[in-house]
Design a protein around this ligand. Structure first.
Ligand code: BG6
Length: 513
């Protein structure tokens, strides 16, 4: 693999407008093309990029799956999916051209010959459509399928790019189920593709607001002096969803909330909040700083887990006034399932900056609203001038979704002759300030992979460090197999009382969302 060839081409016309490298024409081969992710996320993202004029016209999509199907059948199926899930209404004139760039390749993942014919087909596409030998292989399949696909890609020589071209692989989560399996997965991938060729998706990193954390922290001089244990009291991160397991029991029964959301998305958000300023904006400089955060997480000893981590499962209840069943009554869920659909944690980053600044995280399904936010709670002002009751702390809230934006809670004097102090909010909303919709995370991430920019993808060491932290918790839970601490909460509530007690013990409370 020619590393120089894997570097992105800078476009001088874009200088000053954007720091992003230019996406290059390529073939995108999607393994698992008939699956949910392709329908809901990947094709809609590619269509929206095409509609916004962001996609190089030669980009060609090849769906690779087992079921026999013609190109036309696949195109029709994708058109329906895009019409259903696209953020913009599908325009016929755009679809006409975009639809013609979609092809279907039928083969079993274990059929060596299917990969040989794929290689031939890609060569042909290069000639006919101008994809220049660039290939992006998207693994939208369960991890147990990775190995045969990688093996056959290598056997067909598709892991190697020709001079002046590139070959890259995008890997979906879950990236393993624990440290050992993540290491094994990294080993298997690295047998065929180098780390520079590997793009591990964490779609939270593609969210506009997650990217903005770095801008907020490092392009505004006022926050940096406050961003440490001297001024911060604690940090909270909440990722709440009203949705339940939504037919994904097969996966979720093995994963649970801690593996599904904390190991990846929430720890990634924490890294962005807690990392030091990188030396530059290159992928490795940023990821070097992020990995130090996960490495600094205090691992729990088995007997510390119960006091710091609350796990729970949703019982029946109501969401937006509509009754919903308990997790155990959901389709394909074991009626005695002990899996967590909610986790709350108190964790510590053992470094100079955050020493003794606890981080409280909670994540759950079937909570009263869908919202993801980070809040930084600063220390209170000394209570020498105003009375105790009015003394609230400043809180900086980063709303990841929905209503993307940032607010700062400050104290203000209420108008009037008396001296009453009330908290008010200084509030920035993306929607009103910029008047334009943010792209979906997958749009940004696909474009970055086509540009050779791995900044918003997880590096192998980040993923492994995150698993090492999670394993300590999962191991403590599974050691108690017959009496695991699992609480239940009614659907539509903010989790079990024990999650509130986790903060109450420290004299704190969850922020009301
Ligand atoms: C996925 C999890 O990674 O993220 C899902 O597997 C979860 O369980 C989803 O619902 C949340 O993502 P978003 O972008 O909808 O907040």
């Amino acid at each position: 693999m020619n590393r120089a060839a894997d570097q992105s081409e800078a476009n001088p016309l874009r200088e000053g407008l954007s720091t992003r490298a230019v996406p290059q024409p390529c073939s995108i081969v999607i393994f698992g093309a008939t699956g949910d992710l392709t329908h809901r996320k990947l094709l809609p993202a590619l269509y929206n990029l095409a509609a916004d004029g962001e996609l190089p016209p030669a980009v060609t999509v090849i769906g690779f799956a087992r079921r026999p199907k013609s190109d036309d059948d696949f195109r029709k199926e994708m058109e329906e999916a895009v019409k259903k899930f696209s953020r913009q209404t599908v325009r016929d004139e755009i679809w006409k051209t975009f639809g013609q760039s979609i092809f279907y390749h039928q083969s079993d993942f274990s059929d060596e010959n299917g990969f040989k014919t794929l290689a031939e087909r890609l060569d042909k596409i290069d000639k006919e459509r101008g994809t220049r030998g660039n290939r992006l292989f998207y693994f939208a399949v369960a991890p147990d399928q990775f190995e045969p696909i990688l093996k056959h890609l290598k056997a067909a020589g598709l892991n190697q790019a020709r001079e002046g071209s590139w070959a890259r692989v995008i890997v979906e989560k879950p990236f393993g189920t624990d440290l050992a399996s993540a290491r094994e997965l990294n080993r298997v991938i690295h047998n065929s593709f180098s780390e520079e060729q590997t793009y591990r998706i964490d779609h939270f990193l593609g969210k506009e607001t997650a990217q903005n954390i770095l801008v907020l922290r490092f392009a505004n001089a006022i926050f940096s002096p406050l961003w440490n244990r001297r001024y911060m009291d604690h940090i909270q991160i909440t990722a709440a969803e009203t949705l339940g397991v939504e037919g994904r029991a097969g996966y979720y029964e093995e994963a649970g909330a801690l593996r599904d959301m904390v190991q990846n998305h929430l720890l990634q958000l924490l890294c962005l909040v807690a990392m030091e300023a990188p030396t530059d904006l290159s992928a490795d400089s940023i990821r070097d700083e992020k990995v130090k955060v996960v490495r600094s997480l205090r691992h729990f000893a088995a007997d510390e887990v119960a006091a710091n981590v609350v796990r729970a499962q949703y019982a029946e209840g109501a969401i937006n006034g509509k009754p919903v069943p308990a997790y155990r009554s959901e389709e394909k869920v074991d009626p005695k399932s002990m899996i967590d659909t909610f986790v709350a944690l108190r964790l510590h980053i053992d470094n100079w900056r955050f020493w003794n600044v606890p981080v409280y995280m909670r994540v759950g399904k079937r909570l009263p609203k869908s919202a993801t936010e980070i809040s930084v709670h600063f220390k209170k002002a000394p209570m020498v001038l105003f009375n105790k009751e009015t003394n609230e702390a400043n809180v900086l809230v980063i709303r990841i979704q929905p209503d993307e934006g940032i607010s700062l809670r400050i104290q203000a004097k209420m108008p009037g002759t008396s001296f009453r102090i009330e908290p008010v909010k200084m509030d920035f909303h993306y929607g009103t300030s910029f008047g334009k919709a943010s792209p979906e995370a997958y749009e940004r991430l696909l474009l970055d992979a086509m540009s050779g920019d791995a900044t918003l993808f997880a590096r192998h060491d980040e993923v492994e460090e995150a698993w090492a932290f999670i394993d300590a918790i999962e191991n403590a839970w599974s050691a108690k197999k017959n009496t695991p601490d699992l609480y239940f909460y009614p659907s539509g509530s903010w989790g079990p009382d024990e999650a509130d007690e986790l903060l109450a013990r420290d004299g704190r409370a969850w922020r009301r969302l």
